[in-house]
Design a protein around this ligand. Structure first.
Ligand code: ZN
Length: 508
């Protein structure tokens, strides 16, 4: 049986709902979704619950198709197992919200007084964005607990990039963009989640930062996230992960369109091919980029390395220009260039423990670079850069959050960074840059400050009250042994309490 399907956001304007054949179910041996209830397959009206069920399912399955295309492999498991719950309309308190929490992709509905309904599960943009969180978490679970602005913002940007790439899988969409010359003008593909941002404008505040759609075709320029304010008018760049993510999605969209234009084949097929190339480079880089506070740059450099391996570097200029347009300056060699000679022998060829990478002597001289701190630990790891496996340690540092806000007195988080270790003339050497203890603490505190300002932190005990009451919360304060620790609970849509109610939330 066919279904009605909208291949973009319901408020995007293009393309209209069309009757299509629904995706077949995925076999049990692969990663798949588990649905909320069951609805007979049919061409339901677009304002019905039956449509919402099949629209959400189709968008989520199209996102897997896209993922498997650009990752070049079959998705066999999510971060947390074979199944992920797809809650097209989560029961409970109405919210303009959507989230990924390692167990589910959850979507919500608000019925406004004027008769408008805001249904996040009806937006292919929003569904693909949340699925993007799940794909990235499956290959980079370490980003879940990163306490820096850029890895968090990259997660959000990655969701938007997946939404854009899913939209570009649709032939009618590509034809509109190419035939009307819209690729480098404001268009319905680079703008995402139009319906939910409209909900914020109408139901919360037309001057809210999230009252306009996020846009990948933008002129936002990278600056240190901590230098930005935590609030601002519609679409203004602020120190908040969804907003900051526009810097990276801007780099990616510009890279994609640069690749398209550089090939001189301006057709919908050319656009399809360019989107696939850009998507493949994005995923390859997301898999391998070392965890660094300047993560946008690390991913961009990893895209350059991936392009060198896969495409003989033919897209290097497109990538450099795409990132350069947003003040993210790339130089892949910098990742592995020796910057400090360390005492001790270089890393062993085989790594069984952290001491094979970092001898006691090397560790002592690394501490001179980062600053000695009893709350700093090093763990063995390796980092894959293109075809090169580079010795690395993961530096983990305990950071007090007492100075961030009075209610975080006695609460800690752990910030991590990959430190690449190589060899120079028979000595161990630090490759690339490493943060000092002080810099890492400031990065983490600034990130937590932005979460706190957006109302995204709760006590674990409160968050247990039920999923429907915790729309804005992405992080919780938990007791871990003797310690009060801040931990991620979910990747939330950008949520804000509705005026006049403590229990309903809006997001984009
Ligand atoms: Zn998100």
């Amino acid at each position: 049986m066919p279904i009605n399907f909208i291949p973009n956001d319901p408020r995007a304007g293009h393309p209209p709902a069309a009757v299509i054949e629904a995706h077949a179910e995925r076999p049990d041996e692969l990663a798949r979704y588990v649905y909320l209830g069951s609805v007979p397959e049919d061409t339901y009206p677009t304002d019905s619950d039956g449509f919402l069920f099949w629209q959400c399912r189709e968008a989520a399955l199209r996102a897997i198709d896209l993922w498997e295309l650009i990752d070049g492999s079959t998705l066999t498991t999510w971060q947390n197992g074979k199944t992920l719950r797809l809650k097209h309309k989560t029961p409970g308190q109405p919210q303009l919200n959507a989230f990924y929490d390692r167990l589910s992709l959850s979507f919500f509905q608000v019925d406004a007084a004027g008769g408008d309904s805001y249904r996040s599960g009806a937006s292919t943009d929003v569904v693909a964005h949340e699925a993007g969180h799940a794909f990235l978490d499956a290959i980079r679970p370490d980003l879940w607990g990163a306490f820096q602005a850029e890895p968090g913002a990259f997660h959000e940007a990655f969701g938007d990039c997946i939404a854009i790439l899913v939209a570009l899988q649709d032939e009618a969409t590509r034809k509109v963009l190419v035939d009307q010359g819209l690729l480098r003008q404001k268009n319905f593909v680079e703008s995402t989640a139009e319906d939910l941002s409209h909900g914020i404008a109408v139901l919360v505040d037309a001057n809210h930062n999230a009252a306009v759609p996020r846009r990948a075709l933008n002129t936002h320029q990278w600056v240190m996230p901590a230098s930005l304010p935590v609030s601002g008018g519609p679409g203004v760049l602020i120190n908040e992960v969804h907003s900051l993510g526009m810097i990276f999605s801007g780099c990616f969209y510009d890279t994609l369109t640069n690749i398209y234009q550089s090939r001189g084949v301006e057709s919908e097929k050319g656009l399809q091919a360019a989107a696939r190339t850009a998507g493949e480079l994005l995923v390859a880089a997301a898999r391998t980029a070392p965890l660094k506070p300047r993560f946008f740059q690390a991913v961009g450099n990893a895209m350059l390395i991936a392009d060198g391996m896969r495409n003989a570097g033919v897209n290097a200029q497109a990538i450099r220009d795409g990132f350069g347009a947003h003040n993210v300056l790339l130089n892949a060699e910098q990742l592995t260039s020796p910057t400090v000679v360390l005492a001790g022998r270089p890393p062993s060829e085989t790594v069984h423990s952290v001491r094979d990478v970092l001898t006691q002597a090397s560790r002592r001289s690394l501490l001179e670079v980062t600053g000695d701190d009893t709350d700093q630990r090093f763990y063995g790891s390796r980092v894959q850069l293109g075809d090169q496996s580079v010795a690395a340690v993961r530096r983990r540092q305990k950071v007090s959050l007492a100075d961030v806000a009075s209610d975080l007195e006695g609460v800690y988080c752990y910030v991590e960074e990959d430190v690449l270790i190589g060899e120079q003339n028979g000595n161990a050497a630090l490759l690339g840059e490493v943060e000092t203890v002080r810099q890492s603490a400031v990065e983490a505190q600034s990130f937590v400050f932005s979460l706190h300002a957006a109302g995204q932190i709760s006590e674990e005990a409160h968050s247990q009250a039920g999923d429907d009451t915790i729309g804005a919360v992405s992080h919780v304060v938990s007791n871990v042994g003797e310690e009060r620790r801040l931990l991620r609970k979910r990747f939330n849509c950008r949520c804000h309490a509705l005026p006049g109610t403590a229990r309903a939330f809006l997001c984009t």
